[in-house]
Design a protein around this ligand. Structure first.
Ligand SMILES: [Mn+2]
Length: 328
């Protein structure tokens, strides 16, 4: 891996100095938890516990049963000011995207820092930010932090961080996955990341999954290089999906012929439709932002309240494809 610039190294050292300064460290994850936010949260927790033994490290939030083959034990903290405390936000930016935001609203902590690969601004009042949109996962940033600062990486930290990198990089295939990613992955494997467990668990599928895939792929729409699908609560119910958070499957629409954007709409409640945008080139973030959401260039999300807007959003995706020459 290339040597870090002095500027980058200074930033990492500033993060370390903050961790050294405070006795109580509380790490957050984002709502709709994924492998990266939980992996960076718990990876960082086990790194701090291993390398700074006198710290109290707390993880707060709700993993919602994700990745049940790994443990994500959350702490119960009273929502009142904590002396000598530092909040670390990983993989998130705005408070409305953060689980347990009420602690931040209450100014529970003496200091707040953010480690994130989303390019967006934040409203965290953070004293220190390490924002690196080039990183395929926030967990890669945490792994880099440990490597560059020569922290000891234990098996737990390695496993959680590998989960974060492997999931957010779509199994090490996104265009942001590069030699730095692979170098850090090899470090995590070297330090005992449970890669076979993660790979095997992620390969598993159920008969129910197969039936859902068949339904989605039979009913998706394709027009002007945009693939789309709307999953109504009614259809979810017919297929045995009880929790709409488990209905959302944009990957089923991915990379079909030479289509450029795929967007998966999930009805989650009355007047609450989740839109997940993905692309293999066009900037879907532009469309997501227009509809009140945000995210990355090739993977973004938004929430709308009216099914009638779906055709308009698809039209916006079609238009966005015409801008592809701007960045490809
Ligand atoms: Mn992420």
């Amino acid at each position: 891996m290339k040597k870090a610039s002095q500027e980058k190294l200074n930033l990492l050292k500033e993060i370390e100095a903050k961790i050294e300064k405070y006795k109580n460290i509380v790490i957050f994850h984002h709502i709709r938890p994924d492998g990266d936010c939980l992996g960076s949260q718990f990876g960082l927790k086990y790194l701090i516990k291993e390398n700074f033994k006198d710290k109290n490290v707390y993880t707060i939030g709700d993993p919602k049963g994700s990745f049940p083959y790994l443990n994500f034990p959350m702490d119960n903290l009273e929502n009142k000011p904590i002396n000598n405390s530092l909040a670390i936000i990983v993989d998130a930016n705005f408070k409305n995207r953060i689980e347990c935001r009420e602690y931040l609203d209450n100014n529970t902590f003496n200091d707040v820092i953010r480690i994130d690969h989303h390019p967006n601004d934040d409203d965290l009042n953070a004293s220190l930010r390490w924002v690196e949109p080039e990183a395929p996962a926030a967990a890669q940033q945490v792994a880099e932090l440990a490597y560059k600062l020569k922290w000891k990486i234990n098996e737990e930290a390695a496993t959680y961080l590998y989960l974060g990198i492997y999931t957010d990089s779509v199994r090490l295939t996104t265009s942001t996955t590069n030699e730095k990613t692979m170098f850090l992955v090899s470090e995590l494997w070297k330090h005992g990341a449970k890669k076979d467990l993660i790979h095997n668990e992620m390969m598993k599928k159920t008969l129910e999954d197969i039936k859902i895939s068949a339904f989605v792929q039979q009913n998706m729409q394709i027009k002007n290089k945009v693939v789309s699908f709307y999953f109504s609560l009614n259809d979810q119910k017919k297929l045995g999906i009880i929790d709409p958070l488990k209905a959302n499957r944009p990957f089923l629409l991915a990379n079909i012929d030479d289509n450029k954007i795929w967007v998966f709409f999930t009805e989650e409640d009355k007047n609450k439709i989740r839109c997940e945008f993905r692309s293999n080139g066009p900037c879907v973030r532009n469309v997501a932002i227009k509809w009140g959401g945000g995210g990355h260039h090739r993977a973004s999300g938004a929430q709308i309240d009216d099914e009638k807007n779906i055709p308009l959003i698809i039209k916006d995706c079609e238009k966005e494809i015409l801008n592809i020459k701007d960045y490809d």
